[in-house]
Design a protein around this ligand. Structure first.
Ligand SMILES: [Fe+2]
Ligand SMILES: [Fe+2]
Length: 267
């Protein structure tokens, strides 16, 4: 299965970059499934139903989230009825929405997309390792599904690497999100799980992780946070990861970084 994953789409610059570069990358790689992290799509914080529909109209199959999942309140009733919008699986019971979605391709092949949130330097949450382990055990690759993709949303590369090794051979890919900076560590572990600690954001890289530069500098240099962060609005770069898997056992055969746009070295 050919899987294209795009990292955190940040605000208008990110949405425009997605609209601009996704069609050309799709033409080049002809992915079977496209997954996008949309946690920052609406003005840098959260996502709403209108933007989800825009993404689905661009033939995005599944949207994942993160710590900004609920920043736009109107997404709460929407996520209850839209399974293709996936929030972190390790939120406490009773949280709206679901932490995984099984997407069926037109020929019948299935991929389970899971979103989980890390805990190091993040808000306290239920154990992501236990939560992912439970759902992965219930859906073995090669039997219940042809592939499993985990978007692991977190700050620390150590926790993301540990998750990938923990799941090695049991999921097709563990790709990190949240730091908004792509890491240069795309690899396939010995059991067949593809890993990249962060896919990077899709947004304006002439910024501080997608936000206009001045306010973050003030926040770091003085103990002032009166100024609100606002998203950078220059030309965006699209960042993501492309993975190919064996449909019979779900294991990864290929992983490469995808980067298109004016700021970073294109890949
Ligand atoms: Fe993000
Ligand atoms: Fe995040």
């Amino acid at each position: 299965m050919k899987i294209l994953f795009i990292g955190d789409v940040v605000a208008r610059a990110g949405r425009d970059a997605l609209a601009k570069y996704l069609p050309e990358v799709r033409k080049e790689l002809s992915p079977d499934v496209v997954i996008v992290n949309g946690e920052n799509a609406a003005h840098g914080i959260g996502i709403n139903d209108k933007i989800c529909k825009e993404f689905f109209d661009m033939h995005v199959d599944v949207i994942t989230l993160g710590n900004h999942a609920w920043d736009q309140r109107e997404v709460i009733p929407y996520i209850e009825k839209e399974g293709r919008l996936v929030r972190p699986i390790n939120y406490p019971e009773g949280t709206p929405g679901k932490g995984a979605y099984i997407h069926e391709l037109s020929g019948g092949r299935k991929i389970m997309v899971i979103n989980a949130m890390a805990r190091l330097f993040m808000d306290p949450l239920d154990d992501p390792f236990a939560a992912v382990d439970k759902i992965v055990r219930a859906h073995p690759m090669g039997k219940a599904v042809n592939a499993i993709f985990l978007d692991f949303h977190g700050e620390a590369t150590s926790e993301k690497m540990a998750m990938a090794h923990y799941l090695d051979g049991r999921v097709s890919a563990v790709i990190g999100t949240h730091t908004h900076i792509p890491t240069a560590d795309s690899q396939i572990l010995s059991g067949g799980t593809a890993l990249q600690c962060d896919a990077g954001m899709t947004g304006d890289y002439n910024s501080v992780i997608g936000m206009k530069i001045d306010t973050p500098i003030i926040r770091f240099t003085r103990k002032l946070s009166m100024e609100r962060l606002s998203p950078a609005d220059g030309d965006g770069t699209m960042c993501g990861v492309y993975i190919e898997t064996n449909d019979a056992n779900g294991k990864a055969q290929k992983i490469s970084a995808v980067r298109r746009g004016p700021r970073l070295l294109n890949a």
